[in-house]
Design a binder for this molecule. Structure first.
Ligand SMILES: Cc1cc2nc3c(=O)[nH]c(=O)nc-3n(C[C@H](O)[C@H](O)[C@H](O)COP(=O)(O)OP(=O)(O)OC[C@H]3O[C@@H](n4cnc5c(N)ncnc54)[C@H](O)[C@@H]3O)c2cc1C
Length: 338
C-alpha cells in the first residue's frame, strides 16, 4: 500500500534523527539485499511567495539540525535542474539523499533476518492481566505469555489498546495511492515532486508514477479493507482541480488528455496522533508498550522508531529523554508534508 518513500526533510530535529537512523539502516541493507532503494530526492515546490518564505525558513532550520545537503533553489534554477516544472514556481527545496524503497521487500527481509517465528492469520483477542501487569495475550490460536506485550497493530492499535482499558490518542483517516502505470512524460530519474502549498505529490514508478495527496478528511473507524473513491484520481489528474498535479508539472495536462490514460487506486489508513509523531515505549499499564501512530511515516520511521521503542522498554532510553513517549504533552499539528 505505502509508496515506500523516505525523507529527512522534517520540521523538527527529533524526527530528522529518527528517520536518519532508518535510512542508514536501509542503505546498509540494500548493499546486501536489493530492497528497491533509490535516492532520487524529494523536491518541494512553492507557487506562492508565502510558501517560498516558509520553505526558506525551513531549509535554514534543517541546516541547523545537521541537514547540510538541503538545497534551496530559486524558480529559474529549479526549472533548469528540473525542466518539467511550471514557469510560475517561486522556489524549490531539494535533498538528493531522500528517496524511496520497496516496502514489501523491506518487510520480508526484516522478517527473514530476525529469525523470529511468525504465525500469520492469528488475531490477538485480549490481554492476560495478572497482579495489575500484562503477562501476555489471548489469541485465536490460544494464549501467548510474555514479559512485555507491544501493540504495533497500525490502524487497529486503538481498538486493541481498548481491550486493556487503555485509550490511545489515535485517529484513523483514509489515504489513497493513485497508480498510473504508463506515463511516458514522467522522467525516470525525477525526484518525489511535491507542491508545497497543497501537498499533492508524485514520483516515478515503473514506466509511470505513484501519486498521493493527504486530503483534509474526517477520521473514520479503523477498517481492515479500505474502499477507494475514483474522485481521488480525478482530484489529482483533472487540471481544473485545486490540487492538480499539473499545477507544478504541466505535462500532467497531456497525461489527462491522453487516450492511453489508465490508472488504478489503492486505499489504506493513516494512524494519526495529534502531533503527527509516533507513540513509542511503555504505557501506564505495566508490561504493555506501544510502537504505533506513525501518522503516515511508518516505513521511513520503522527502524529508528522500533529501536527507540525497545530502548524505552529496556530502560536504555529514559522516559524524560524520549520525545515520543506515549504520555507526552502534545501540540496539535495538521500539515502532513512537513
Ligand atoms: C496510501 C498510503 C501511502 C503511504 N506511504 C508511505 C510512505 O511513502 N512512506 C512511509 O514511511 N509511510 C507511508 N505510509 C504509512 C505506512 O504505510 C504506515 O505508517 C506503516 O505501514 C505502519 O506500519 P505498522 O507496522 O505500524 O502498521 P501496519 O503496517 O498497519 O501493520 C499492522 C499489522 O498488525 C496486524 N494486526 C492488527 N490487529 C491485529 C490483531 N488484533 N492481532 C494480530 N494482528 C493484528 C495487521 O493485520 C497488520 O498486519 C503510507 C500509508 C498509506 C495508507
Amino acid at each position: 500500500m505505502a509508496t515506500g518513500a523516505f525523507r529527512l526533510q522534517f520540521d523538527n530535529a527529533e524526527e530528522v534523527e529518527l528517520v536518519r537512523e532508518s535510512v542508514a539502516f536501509f542503505d546498509e541493507l540494500h548493499e546486501r539485499v536489493d530492497v528497491g532503494l533509490f535516492h532520487q530526492g524529494y523536491l518541494f515546490v512553492a507557487r506562492t511567495d508565502e510558501g517560498a518564505q516558509i520553505q526558506a525558513n525551513l531549509a535554514a532550520a534543517q541546516r541547523q539540525w545537521g541537514l547540510t545537503d538541503v538545497e534551496l533553489l530559486g524558480g529559474a534554477e529549479a526549472r533548469q535542474r528540473f525542466p518539467y516544472l511550471a514557469p510560475d514556481i517561486v522556489n524549490a527545496r531539494f535533498r538528493q539523499g531522500d528517496g524511496w524503497l520497496e516496502p514489501r521487500r523491506l518487510a520480508l527481509e526484516l522478517a527473514r533476518a530476525s529469525g523470529a517465528r511468525f504465525d500469520t492469520g492469528v488475531t490477538a483477542t485480549g490481554f492476560i492481566l495478572e497482579g495489575g501487569r500484562v503477562r501476555g495475550v489471548t489469541t485465536t490460536a490460544g494464549p501467548v505469555r510474555a514479559d512485555w506485550v507491544v501493540i504495533a497493530a497500525g490502524p487497529l492499535s486503538g481498538p486493541l489498546a481498548k481491550l486493556a482499558d487503555l485509550d490511545l490518542p489515535l485517529a484513523t483517516v483514509r489515504r489513497h495511492k493513485l497508480i498510473v502505470p504508463d506515463v511516458p512524460q514522467v522522467p525516470a530519474g525525477a525526484p518525489m515532486t511535491i507542491e508545497f502549498e497543497t501537498g499533492a505529490h508524485w514520483r516515478p514508478a515503473g514506466g509511470g508514477a505513484h501519486a498521493l495527496w493527504t486530503a483534509p478528511l474526517p477520521a473514520e473507524p479503523p477498517l481492515d479493507e479500505v474502499p477507494t473513491s475514483s474522485a481521488f484520481a480525478f482530484g489529482l489528474l483533472d487540471p481544473r482541480s485545486d490540487h492538480a498535479l499539473a499545477r507544478i508539472a504541466p505535462f500532467w495536462k497531456d497525461v489527462w488528455r491522453s487516450a492511453r490514460l489508465q490508472w488504478w487506486l489503492q486505499a489504506g489508513q493513516y494512524t494519526y496522533t495529534p502531533d503527527r509523531r509516533p507513540l513509542l515505549g511503555p504505557t501506564p499499564i505495566p508490561g504493555l508498550a506501544v510502537n504505533t501512530g506513525y501518522s503516515g511515516h511508518g516505513i521511513m520511521g520503522s527502524i529508528g522508531g522500533s529501536r527507540r521503542a525497545i530502548d524505552a522498554i529496556t530502560g536504555t532510553l529514559r522516559a524524560e529523554d524520549n520525545p515520543f513517549r506515549p504520555d507526552r504533552p502534545m501540540t496539535a499539528r495538521t500539515f502532513d508534508i512537513l
